[in-house]
Ligand binder design. Structure first.
Ligand code: HEC
Length: 217
């Protein structure tokens, strides 16, 4: 008789442990069976959290101020400080209007376009689409207002204006200044131009050696 109680109790425990808490969401971390000192791993690393406190520093703050004399790297909005060429830094001509063409500091070559494509695929294609037609994946999730690059206005727009949209955002589009360096932004502008050009190809663009393959005279 006693065995029946024990077996029943075990079965109840087994059932509960297998099924009892299924689907429950826990907010506190799980209990550790093995103590921290026995299995130190990546799970246990001393670290400071943002705006946390620290007993190590005299002012008690974990966030450290910049050491004196430090200047921001050529990255993000503050990076402008290091670039004296307005065209390069802001996409502006000397009269403050958006500059046409690429700044003198930009060296246009295959590698630069490739770099632009890499950034474009990561940061722009989700909305603007791989072809720049505004049909990115976000459209399927209800974001329908992303424009195509292949309309007359954006084909004719100054390079500096494209740069400005990337650097400062426009309307519903956020700035990418914290994601792309000044140089990377220009590389993306170049790639946007390449995408636009790709949609306007004509028979005249086909190299002579390939014309016959396509049946072009
Ligand atoms: C989260 C979605 C999203 C991402 C990512 C995005 N854009 Fe946009 N983009 C928009 C939307 C929405 C607009 C329309 C903004 C408006 O006019 O309100 C826009 C507008 C533009 C325009 C037209 C600006 C004009 O003058 O009318 C350009 C050019 C552009 N984006 C380039 C880019 C580039 C380059 C990237 C990547 C660095 C990028 N966008 C990333 C959503 C996005």
């Amino acid at each position: 008789m006693r065995n029946v109680y024990i077996v029943t109790a075990l079965l109840v425990v087994l059932t509960l442990s297998l099924l009892g808490l299924r689907g429950t969401k826990f907010t506190s971390p799980p209990m550790d069976v093995f103590p921290e000192w026995a299995f130190p791993g990546m799970k246990y690393q001393p670290k400071y959290k943002h705006q946390g406190s620290s007993e190590f520093f005299a002012d008690g703050r974990a966030d450290r101020p910049l050491p004196p004399g430090v200047v921001p790297a050529n990255f993000g909005p503050l990076g402008h400080a290091l670039i004296t060429d307005d065209h390069m830094a802001d996409g502006r001509a000397s009269d403050g209007s958006f500059a046409q063409g690429f700044p003198a500091g930009v060296e246009m070559n295959h590698e630069f376009l490739r770099q632009g494509r890499d950034s474009y695929v990561i940061y722009c294609a989700p909305c603007h689409g791989a072809l720049g037609d505004g049909n990115g994946i976000t459209k399927q999730y209800g974001m329908g207002a992303t424009p195509t690059y292949h309309d007359g206005r954006l084909r004719d727009i100054a390079e500096g204006d494209l740069y400005n949209t990337i650097a400062n955002g426009k309307g519903n589009m956020l700035s990418y200044a914290d994601k792309l360096t000044v140089n990377e932004r220009w590389a993306v502008v170049a790639y946007v131009r390449a995408l636009q050009r790709a949609q306007q190809g004509s028979a005249a663009d086909v190299p002579a050696a390939h014309k016959s393959e396509l049946g072009i005279k």
